[in-house]
Design a protein around this ligand. Structure first.
Ligand SMILES: O=C(O)CCC(=O)C(=O)O
Length: 210
């Protein structure tokens, strides 16, 4: 598939960079999966829809809703019963299959909005709920996503540029945690990089519901 190109040096406690971070097995980052025009079109579709705010950040759920409290997909979920995705989501889900990035068309999409200072805590996407590939496209601002191995504590920081697609498979999907620190800027090679509004659109397949 594709190699990760966004690995960043890890940040030391004093903020200075050290050796480049390790690769995360199963993580694939595709730069410019969407060009700037396609990013703008997708963002305007998303922004035309309603947001909900069950968390600090705003989200949109398509297909089965994910219940953050129960950490499960809504009860009774099955592929057959999934509420249909909007057209824009189906088009991107089909492209993921056409390009061999997902075996099955995604039937669940979560849109996350991050204002500067907002993040998402380190997690593995629900293992019994979702299938073996999770793919997220970044829109708006870039940001750094932190991966960490829960067993040996290995860390890797990956820069997600607008238009890039982050595909988690294998250990990156099932074992490593991913999260985004709640801060207003990220460390870069030449100093801090301020964040602006970032929106991500994550495609998943629903396997089961609790
Ligand atoms: O914002 C992202 O790129 C990742 C979102 C995510 O990890 C999630 O919705 O579980």
């Amino acid at each position: 598939m594709f190699e990760v190109s966004g690995l960043l040096p890890l940040e030391t406690a004093d903020g200075s960079a050290r050796q480049p971070g390790p690769a995360v097995p199963g993580l694939h980052l595709i730069a410019d999966w969407l060009d700037p025009d396609a990013c703008a079109r997708l963002l305007s579709k998303v922004d035309a829809a309603d947001w909900s705010a069950p968390l600090r950040r705003r989200v949109q759920h398509y297909g089965h809703a994910y219940d953050y409290g129960r950490r499960a997909v809504s009860a009774g979920a099955s592929a057959a019963a999934a509420p249909p995705l909007p057209r824009w989501a189906r088009e991107h889900a089909r492209r993921l299959v056409r390009e061999g990035l997902m075996d099955q068309e995604a039937d669940q999409v979560i849109v996350n909005e991050y204002r500067p200072g907002q993040g998402i805590s380190a997690h593995v996407d629900c293992v019994p709920c979702f299938g073996p590939v999770v793919a997220a496209v970044s829109l708006g601002s870039s940001c750094t996503m932190d991966f960490s191995h829960p067993g040996d504590g290995t860390k890797a920081a990956v820069r997600l540029a607008p238009g890039s697609l982050c595909v988690m498979t294998g250990p990156a999907r099932w074992t490593w945690r991913h999260g985004i620190a709640a801060r207003r800027s990220d460390p870069g090679p030449l100093g801090r990089i301020p964040r602006d509004r970032r929106v991500s659109v994550t495609f998943r397949t629903v396997v089961t519901a609790a």
